[in-house]
Design a protein around this ligand. Structure first.
Ligand code: BG6
Length: 486
């Protein structure tokens, strides 16, 4: 279905817009998702470099080979408008901006805040004063919203003065990933899983987002944020809430968000001592990535003193009936050995072994939900080895690979979420309460790491992170899924 709306991207020529938003919008064009009157505006402070050129260059770099076609680009670029706007500019500038983007009142307009979060409040105020916040206006807020609980509350409150909660879409693109949604389908449409989704059968849950990339030219943002604010506060905790939440009564936005919030509230609070034992910060040093030697974080940054973490691992517990006693391990890092995101559910061993040792080692079942690079769900079961005359057991994977099973891969999370905003569907967006709850849970970690004596543990580029992250698990007789690939 084609959607009629306008989208205004504040920070239109910035990194997020060029790398993710424009390619996602281009893909909407390819799929005929825009009606003829849909317009795309990108604002930036300067007019020096024309937006169109930058967008085209970005599409050439970030789309898959063969995705860019001249005819689609012509159509797409005819919707694309560059607006020069200084967000801190005077009311005259904002009035002329309002005139340029003027549209019939019934046409939805999406304001995408691809700018630092401390500008969200003031920008909302300008929009309001320029008369642009009509009933059909929506605001998309990028993460991280704030720097800690207090700043997050301030930003949310400032935006809430002008936009109502149901006009605000707090985007977390991990929720738009196909397999994240498939996790919900798996849990709530199959009778099998509900019975094996608690502390009676599950030994531990691991959520990993490992990246090979380093700073990617985002030094200013990243060095202020670090992996905890960039990845854990949002992506990892959102994935956690999908895994651990109770079944909602219905798959409506309110029901889902209420359950996600409830399980986040059940995360066991940490104190300074708990942070010391359950949370690991790391920073990459030089090393080798696929045979090429690369510099460390501090070299890339050009500042030898930064104690910003590029790796985080956490052992967490959920104090509720379903999950009591089950550790949840979270891990994310840059410059790691592999690039992947997955949720691994590790089951308990069978309660009594009926086969002798000669039949081979029993590997407990596991269910691994891969979000990327390959989108798949894999259940590992023990079976008898085919044609063995004596009883030999071995683990075998039941593998649901979505690229094989479904003809076309639908893997642009931003495209999916932008279309949801245009259709006013907030199901896959975080409520203010969830965002603030996530900050609240992490507050003791932020406090501990703000101390001058805090130093992240070094780890070599191309490794699996600091040893202490392994020890979070090995100390309990477990290991990270995937590390055996070393
Ligand atoms: C972003 C982070 O939100 O997610 C980046 O700011 C990170 O640091 C990126 O690289 C990872 O997203 P994806 O979809 O490439 O795994």
């Amino acid at each position: 279905m084609a959607n009629s709306f306008d989208i205004v991207i504040f920070g239109g020529s910035g990194d997020l817009s060029i790398r993710k938003l424009m390619p996602a919008l281009y893909r909407c064009e390819v799929e005929g998702k825009f009606s003829d009157d849909t317009r795309i505006f990108g604002t930036s402070r300067s007019t020096k470099s024309p937006l169109r050129d930058k967008v085209l260059e970005g599409l050439e770099t970030h789309l898959k080979p063969g995705e860019l076609s001249i005819s689609t680009w012509e159509k797409f670029s005819s919707r694309l408008n560059h607006l020069q706007l200084d967000l801190a500019g005077d009311s005259e500038q904002w009035s002329s901006f309002a005139e340029t983007i003027a549209a019939p009142a019934e046409k939805p307009v999406v304001f995408y805040f691809a700018i630092p979060a401390n500008l969200y409040g003031a920008t909302s105020q300008h929009l309001s004063e320029a008369g642009l916040i009509t009933d059909n206006a929506r605001a998309v807020l990028e993460k991280p919203i704030g720097y800690d609980l207090e700043s997050s509350k301030e930003i949310n409150a400032a935006v809430a003065e002008y936009f109502s909660e149901d006009q605000i879409f707090r985007i977390d693109h991990y929720l738009g990933k196909e397999t994240a949604q498939n996790l919900l389908a798996l849990r709530f449409t199959n009778v099998l899983f509900e019975h094996i989704w608690d502390n009676k059968t599950i030994d531990n849950v691991q959520i990993s987002i490992a990246e090979k990339v380093g700073l990617e030219g985002r030094a200013t943002f990243y060095d202020q944020a670090g992996a905890l604010r960039d990845m854990v506060q949002n992506h990892l905790l959102q994935l956690f809430s999908l895994v651990a939440m109770e079944p909602p009564n219905k798959m409506t936005a309110d029901n889902i968000r209420a359950e996600k919030l409830k399980v986040m509230q059940a995360l066991r609070p940490m104190n300074e001592e708990a942070v010391k034992h359950n949370v690991v910060a790391g920073q990459y040093t030089g090393g080798e990535m696929e045979g090429v030697s690369v510099g460390g974080y501090l070299d890339e940054l050009g500042n030898p003193d930064s104690s910003t973490e590029t790796f985080v691992a956490i052992r967490a517990y959920v104090d509720n009936w379903r999950w009591a006693g089950v550790p949840f391990y979270f891990r994310t890092g840059k410059r790691m050995q592999e690039q992947y995101a997955e949720i691994a559910i590790q089951y308990k061993p069978v309660s009594h072994q009926v086969y002798g040792e000669e039949a081979g080692r029993l590997v407990p079942n596991s269910l691994v939900i891969r979000l990327q690079p390959d989108e798949s769900i894999k259940l590992t079961l023990m079976t008898k080895e085919l044609n063995s005359t004596d009883m030999q057991l071995k683990p075998v994977d039941l593998d649901l690979d979505f690229s094989d099973t479904f003809e076309r891969r639908y893997s642009d999370a931003y495209k999916r979420l932008l279309l949801d905003v245009s259709e006013n569907n907030p199901t896959l967006f975080a409520h203010r309460a969830e965002v603030e709850q996530a900050w609240e849970w992490l507050a003791p970690v932020l406090d501990a790491w703000a101390k001058p004596e805090h130093k992240p543990a070094p780890y070599a580029s191309g490794s699996w992170g600091p040893l202490a992250a392994e020890e979070l698990l090995t100390g309990q007789g477990r290991q990270w899924n995937g590390n055996h690939q070393t």
